[in-house]
Design a protein around this ligand. Structure first.
Ligand SMILES: NC(=O)c1ccc[n+]([C@@H]2O[C@H](COP(=O)([O-])OP(=O)(O)OC[C@H]3O[C@@H](n4cnc5c(N)ncnc54)[C@H](O)[C@@H]3O)[C@@H](O)[C@H]2O)c1
Length: 253
C-alpha cells in the first residue's frame, strides 16, 4: 500500500525536539521528504539521523523563525533541495517566563515571545504560501489551549497563541479558493522539554500537566503529531481555518 505522504515535501519547524520532532518522524514514516528546521543545529541533525536510519529522507536546516532573512533562506533551501513544498507545520515556539503577573512581565521577554511565536509563525506563512500556491497544499500551525483561554503568568505566550489562531483563520479565508487549507492544533500539556520534561524532574512535570487533564495524564508528542498529520492529509479535506483542540477535554470542563 502506498504511504500517505509518499514523495510529498513537508517542512516542520521546531523539529529538533518534542512535538516537532515527533511530527517530522511520523511524516517520514508515511513517505514524505521532511525538511527538519530548528534554531538548534545539533537537534536538527539528530532528527535527520533518526529519519535516515529508518530509511526515510530528510534535510536539516538551521533557522531562527523570528529572523526574516533566515526564514526566506529556509524556504529557498527547501526549493533548491526538493523543488517544491506541499505541507508546512509551523510548530517552533518558546514559553517565555512563567513567574510574573501581567503588570510585572518584562518588556524584553514579551517582545521575544511575540517575535518567535506570533511574528515567527507569520513570517513562515508569508514565505510558504507563495510556494503552496503553485500546486496546492496545507499549513498547520501549532497554537495551544493557551490560544483559547487565559493562563495566569503567561501573558505573552497566551497573547501569541491567540494571535496564531487569528492568523490561521484569516489566511484560511484568504486562500480557500486556491487549493490551500490552513489549520492549527491546540494541544494541552504534552511530554516535552517545554512542559518541564527534561529528564531531571519529570514526575513533577507529569503531576503539573496531568492535573488539568480529565484523563489524568499528559499527552505524548506523537498524539499531537497525529493530529497535525490528519489536518495535513486529504482525510481532512473539508476542514479549514480550524483550531483542533487536543487536550483530552481539559478545556470543556
Ligand atoms: N509542550 C506542551 O505542553 C505544549 C502545549 C501546547 C502547545 N505547545 C506548542 O508546541 C510547540 C512545540 O513545543 P514543544 O512542546 O515540542 O517544545 P520543545 O521545547 O520540545 O520544542 C520547541 C522547539 O522549537 C525550537 N525553537 C525555539 N525557538 C525557535 C526559533 N526562534 N526558531 C526556530 N526554532 C525554534 C526549539 O529549539 C525546540 O527544538 C510550541 O509552539 C509550543 O508552544 C506545547
Amino acid at each position: 500500500m502506498e504511504r500517505e505522504f509518499a514523495n510529498k515535501v513537508v517542512l516542520v519547524t521546531g523539529a529538533a525536539s518534542g512535538i516537532g520532532k515527533a511530527t517530522a518522524l511520523v511524516f517520514a514514516e508515511q513517505g514524505a521528504n521532511v525538511v527538519v528546521a530548528d534554531i538548534g543545529s545539533d537537534g536538527c541533525d539528530a532528527t535527520v539521523e533518526l529519519i535516515k536510519a529508518a530509511g526515510g529522507n530528510a534535510l536539516a536546516i538551521t533557522a531562527d523563525i523570528s529572523d526574516e532573512t533566515a526564514v526566506r533562506s529556509m524556504l529557498d533551501s527547501t526549493i533548491k533541495h526538493y523543488g517544491r513544498l506541499d505541507h508546512a507545520c509551523n510548530n517552533a515556539g518558546i514559553l517565555g517566563s512563567m513567574l510574573p503577573l501581567t503588570a510585572d512581565y518584562s518588556v524584553d521577554t514579551f517582545d521575544k515571545v511575540i517575535a518567535v511565536n506570533l511574528r515567527g509563525t507569520w513570517l513562515c506563512m508569508k514565505y510558504e504560501i507563495p510556494l503552496l500556491l503553485k500546486s496546492g497544499g496545507t499549513i498547520v500551525n501549532t497554537a495551544s489551549i493557551a490560544g483559547l483561554v487565559g493562563f495566569p503568568t503567561l501573558s505573552a505566550y497566551v497573547a501569541g497563541k491567540h494571535g496564531i489562531l487569528g492568523l490561521t483563520k484569516t489566511a484560511a479565508l484568504e486562500y480557500a479558493t486556491q487549493n490551500i487549507r490552513i489549520n492549527a492544533v491546540c494541544p494541552g500539556g504534552v511530554r516535552t522539554p517545554m512542559a518541564g520534561f527534561t529528564g531531571e524532574n519529570d514526575a513533577a512535570a507529569e503531576a503539573a500537566s496531568a492535573q488539568y487533564a480529565p484523563n489524568g495524564r499528559v499527552a505524548e508528542p506523537e498524539e499531537i503529531a497525529d493530529a497535525i498529520m490528519w489536518l495535513s492529509s486529504n482525510r481532512s479535506s473539508y476542514v479549514n481555518g480550524h483550531g483542533l483542540v487536543v487536550d483530552a477535554g481539559s478545556t470543556v470542563r
